[in-house]
Design a protein around this ligand. Structure first.
Ligand code: FAD
Ligand code: NAI
Length: 471
């Protein structure tokens, strides 16, 4: 360790980016501290994001299967009774167990947790409370928070107009919930409350949900959610929400302008995106500017424009995903330690944990065609429906498909998209294949166990050559 500094590495923020960076840096023999202002470690993901949302998604999925007839179709006849407090209890337990686990890992790896919010006083000094700490290298991993919607005041404690954090804690099932934004949070948390009995209306500014995903997938996903009972208002923007007593009156109008309409509901979820956390960090003190979107720009090694200051996770450009933040955490620590830490940003899977799940990695069909200069023939697509997959069909999970997108000339896989009960698990195979530069033929000629959902990936790859067997 350099005797001129208190620490070799000081990480600001203990989310999946920061805590992973801190642990990896410690594993590499560096003296490390991590500053975190929350009462528990793990950041957005473990406290109010990935983990609690999945706890409710998992539990509500069982409830839905019991109420909507899926279980009865398999000969299990039950009349489920919702114990919402217990469902919340198991969510809190999951969060407690995992955030406690990070605290254990910090102790095990001798990472000091500096409790409080950190502010730069210079590039090597961070003030936490009334103490200052110095470090040779500082990693900014402060994450993101909810983007507010002008005219809509979130009050999570009130439980009427909430953001994702409030929507995880609702004390009773709303009668009618409006979800503003047909993105990942709106669809996941909208699904939770729909399954537990709420009527759910999703208002989306654009003409289709899930922007950024493959066009076919977006359309099919909406069809499935509609069948499940979610109502969609596309190309519509919310202009205001007024709360009176226990009701909220929501005003909306066509995105392109037009007549306004209002509806009265008992819960509104604002989920129109997230923005980077840089307020109060003291970036001015080190002369570090953010870009137009409020993000901190870095080079390929995660160095910012200021020497000795690095940045990773939601606070830098790229998808706001926990696994992306974690991989950047490992890479930045390795780079600080003089090794070569790399993240392949072209191959970051994204998964929506609805029922069925929606997952993708690499380019969408639209992006692939654009990359080929608009030449549709330069791209080959193979699709295989889950309905024709023996395991999915046997399990009463017929919805969805797998789509493999390859470059026509080289057959190299450019992207894979799927909607399937276990799409999130299936997509890992596609990521590995693409990381190794696989062709669709490589996937097609790899033996996949039978009967598994993964066989649909193999068949979609076979379909690229027009040679799927089971359709
Ligand atoms: P964060 O997890 O946001 O952590 C940053 C931490 O820094 C916070 O704990 C904050 O308190 C702390 N901090 C901020 N400023 C300071 C400061 N000045 N001093 C000290 N500490 C500070 N992603 C997925 O991949 N899969 C999912 O299923 C998923 N589900 C999600 C569900 C919800 C409801 C939400 C909101 C997000 C979800 N995400 C999911 C996104 C995921 O949570 C983020 O991408 C991820 O947490 C980003 O990690 P991070 O380390 O960059 O930042
Ligand atoms: P999002 O960016 O996924 O979706 C926001 C949606 O709101 C978009 O479709 C957008 O067009 C729409 N929108 C924007 N302004 C609007 C307006 N005024 N009226 C109506 N619609 C409007 O953002 P979301 O869902 O808030 O999630 C934030 C981020 O959290 C995600 O981008 C993702 O990175 C992360 N996340 C990831 C999850 C996962 O990996 N499973 C789960 C939950 C969150």
């Amino acid at each position: 360790a350099d005797p001129n500094y208190d620490y070799d590495v000081l990480v600001i923020g203990a989310g999946p980016g920061g805590y992973v960076a801190a642990i990896r840096a410690a594993q590499l023999g560096l003296k490390v501290a991590c500053v975190e202002g929350r009462e528990t470690l793990g950041g957005t993901c473990l406290n109010v994001g990935c983990i609690p949302s999945k706890a409710l998604l998992h539990a509500s999925e069982y409830f839905d299967a019991a109420t909507n007839g899926t279980m009865a179709d398999m000969g299990i006849e039950v009349k489920p009774k919702l114990n919402l407090e217990k469902m919340h209890g198991q969510r809190r337990d999951a969060v407690k167990g995992l955030t406690g686990g990070i605290e254990f890992l910090f102790k095990k790896n001798k990472v000091d947790w500096l409790k409080g919010y950190g502010t730069f006083t210079d590039a090597h000094t961070v003030k936490v409370g009334d103490k200052s700490y110095t470090a040779k290298d500082v990693v900014i991993a402060t994450g993101s928070s909810v983007t507010p919607l002008p005219g809509v005041d979130v009050d999570n404690d009130g439980g009427i107009v909430v953001d994702s954090t409030g929507a995880l804690e609702l004390a009773k099932v709303p009668q009618h919930m409006v979800v503003i934004g047909g993105g990942v949070i709106g669809l996941e948390l909208g699904s939770v409350w729909r399954r537990l009995g709420a009527k759910v209306t999703c208002v989306e500014f654009l003409d289709e949900i899930l922007p950024g995903m493959d066009g076919d997938i977006r359309k099919e996903a909406r069809k499935i959610f509609k069948k499940q009972g979610i109502e969609f208002k596309l190309s519509t923007k919310v202009t205001g929400v007024a709360v009176k007593g226990k009701k909220a009156t929501l005003t909306m109008e066509p995105s392109a302008g037009g007549d306004a309409e209002t509806i009265e509901v008992d819960c509104v979820l604002v989920s129109i995106g997230r923005r980077p956390n840089t307020d109060g960090l003291g970036l001015d003190a080190i002369g570090l500017e953010t870009n137009k979107r409020g993000q901190i720009e870095t080079d390929h090694e995660f160095r910012t424009a200021v020497d000795g200051v690095w940045a990773i996770g939601d606070v830098v450009p790229g998808p706001m995903l926990a696994h992306k933040a974690e991989d950047e955490g490992i890479a930045v620590a390795e780079n600080i330690a003089g090794q070569t830490g790399i993240v392949n940003h072209d191959i970051i899977p994204s998964v929506v944990y609805t029922w069925p799940e929606i997952a993708g990695v690499g380019l969408t069909t639209e992006e692939a065609i654009e990359k080929m200069g608009g030449d549709k023939k330069a791209v080959k697509v193979g699709k295989f429906p889950m309905m024709a997959n023996s395991r999915a069909k046997t399990n009463h999970e017929p919805d969805g498909f797998v789509k493999v997108i390859a470059e026509a000339e080289s057959d190299r896989v450019l992207g894979v998209w799927c909607i399937a009960s276990v799409a999130g698990t299936m997509i890992a195979e596609a990521g590995i294949a693409m990381e190794f530069g696989a062709t669709s033929e490589d996937i097609a000629y790899t033996c996949h166990a039978h009967p598994t959902h993964a066989e649909a990936m193999k068949e979609a790859a076979m379909a690229v050559q027009g040679k799927a067997i089971h359709v």
